[in-house]
Design a protein around this ligand. Structure first.
Ligand SMILES: [Zn+2]
Length: 243
């Protein structure tokens, strides 16, 4: 309603491919983008209610060079969120500035930061989250992965874990988890380099470009459940998305 006072809009910030060798992360991110810009009724509702800021490739130089983990200058960018240099880590510096700016903007409420990676030894999709003293916050942080688990057959809540390892202190998830306020959630979304198990399967199913993109689609539509926007769908039959 354009006559009502302007309410702050919810904002979801998504990044991918900080590690250039993790190409599955790009397919997941592509799935998110393709769905959000589609004519699907769920996508239309999400666009009306949530702002999505997406940086599909945090480390383009590393991708261009064919590096597995590092940037052009040999940095693992996902260990430099605390103090990125505009000269040595330009993409990270710019994205961090944008996130800080969004976080201070009174018109928006930055509620999610999700950084997409691929995992070389684990199966399925899963998440890493942060550890908090406040038990209620711990529970609230588990809501999104639980909902995603219901929507994505290849997403595993049991593989999802919450940690505070010192070695991960410079990651986007850990650093932004400390920077943003206690109503924001920061996750690393990991997807296996090779396969997933579903509830009914007795052997791992190899991922394809298409199933990586489906995971991305399911990540996007989980925000409909999270923000309880389901009642805005006019025709229930259209809410079904092929898994
Ligand atoms: Zn990674």
């Amino acid at each position: 309603d354009h006559l009502s006072p302007e309410r702050e809009k919810k904002l979801v910030f998504l990044t991918a491919r900080v590690h250039p060798g993790e190409s599955p992360a790009s397919f997941v991110c592509q799935g998110v983008i393709d769905f959000l810009v589609s004519q699907h009724p769920v996508a239309q509702i999400l666009r009306d209610h949530v702002i999505f800021k997406i940086v599909p490739m945090l480390n383009p130089d590393g991708v261009y060079l064919g590096n597995y983990r590092c940037s052009l200058m040999g940095f693992d960018l996902n260990r430099h969120w605390q103090d990125p240099s505009p000269w040595a880590h330009p993409t990270l510096h710019a994205v961090k500035q944008l996130i800080v700016q969004m976080n201070q903007d009174p018109r928006v409420s930055l509620e999610f930061y999700i950084d997409v990676h691929a995992h070389s030894t684990m199966l399925n999709g899963f998440m890493y989250g942060n550890v908090f003293e406040d038990e209620e916050r711990v529970q609230r942080q588990a809501v999104f992965p639980r909902l995603l688990c219901q929507n994505a057959p290849d997403f595993s809540f049991s593989n999802t874990s919450f940690n505070r390892d010192v070695v991960k202190a410079g990651t986007g998830r850990r650093f932004l988890g400390g920077l943003l306020d206690d109503t924001s959630y920061c996750y690393t979304l990991e997807v296996s380099f090779y396969s997933y198990m579903t509830a009914g399967s007795n052997a791992p199913v190899p991922y394809t470009e298409e199933t990586y993109m489906k995971l991305g689609r399911n990540v996007a539509r989980t925000f409909l459940d999270y923000y309880k926007l389901n009642n805005l769908i006019k025709d229930n039959r259209t809410t079904h998305i092929e898994r």
